[in-house]
Design a protein around this ligand. Structure first.
Ligand code: C5P
Length: 236
């Protein structure tokens, strides 16, 4: 089985520390993530700068809005050169299909198609967080994640974001070609922070995850390059 690719989440609120860390991780880590706080701080030039440095860029803005808006937003992300984008699978069929159409319409000739992944259930959420469920049914988080993944596949998304704890069951349900990206990754002795459904890199790799997203255990480490190497080593 292929080792998953490591994605370092550059969760900074300014461009300078993000670029500084990226320059140190260049050639070591293949992917970086630009999330909401960094994108809002640094703007749309940053993905291009990171790509110029040789990284694949994961633009994790988790769109969820009416289909027309999501179609336009995904088109913009595609034109920006993102290699992977996220939307919320909870946005439903029409929204997910609009996202795929927006991507396909915006591709320039020869441009590799960015992957569109659907967020299933945030890895920070546990069972109690689903209490809003209509009818008061406290649906199992894992069942909900699997249902959303199956739907995302039917709606032509390339894969989903899920916790490492759901990788093997979603892999079984959705097949070998469906891309699984897992945040909430922690080495056995690391602090979970606000994450609930955490998983070790070794476990996520064994179960067949394609991408592991690691933020604070690397960005806040005293030696981030060494921490990145430890996570790379743990994924095999
Ligand atoms: O610092 P930590 O390793 O917990 O960061 C995890 C990263 O993965 C964050 O950038 C967060 O936005 C992202 N993420 C997540 N859960 C999801 C989707 C993305 O934690 N379902």
């Amino acid at each position: 089985m292929k080792a998953p690719a490591l994605v370092v989440a550059l969760d900074f609120v300014e461009a300078a520390p993000a670029l500084d860390l990226a320059s140190r991780l260049r050639g070591i880590v293949p992917w970086v993530k630009v999330g909401l706080e960094l994108f809002l701080a640094a703007g749309k030039e940053l993905p291009a700068r990171l790509k110029d440095m040789g990284f694949h860029v994961f633009l994790d803005l988790k769109f969820m809005d009416i289909p027309n808006t999501v179609r336009a937003a995904v088109a913009q992300g595609t034109r920006m050169g993102a290699d992977m984008l996220t939307i919320h699978a909870l946005g439903g069929r029409v929204m997910c299909e609009a996202a795929v159409a927006g991507r396909d319409q915006a591709l320039s000739p020869g441009q590799p198609s960015p992957l569109i992944l659907g967020v299933t259930v945030l890895t920070s959420m546990g069972a109690g967080d689903l209490a809003w469920n209509p009818g008061g049914v406290d649906q199992d988080v894992r069942d909900l994640a699997v249902d959303l993944a199956r739907s995302a596949k039917n709606w032509k998304l390339d894969g989903v974001v899920c916790s490492g704890r759901e990788v093997s069951v979603i892999r079984q349900a959705c097949g070998a070609d469906f891309r699984l990206l897992t945040p909430g990754i922690r080495l056995p002795d690391a602090d979970a922070g606000d994450q609930t459904r955490v998983c070790t890199p070794a476990q996520a790799a064994r179960d067949g995850s394609d991408f592991l997203v690691v933020g604070r255990p690397i960005t806040r480490a005293a030696d981030p390059v060494n921490a990145a190497r430890m996570y790379l080593e743990a994924t095999g």
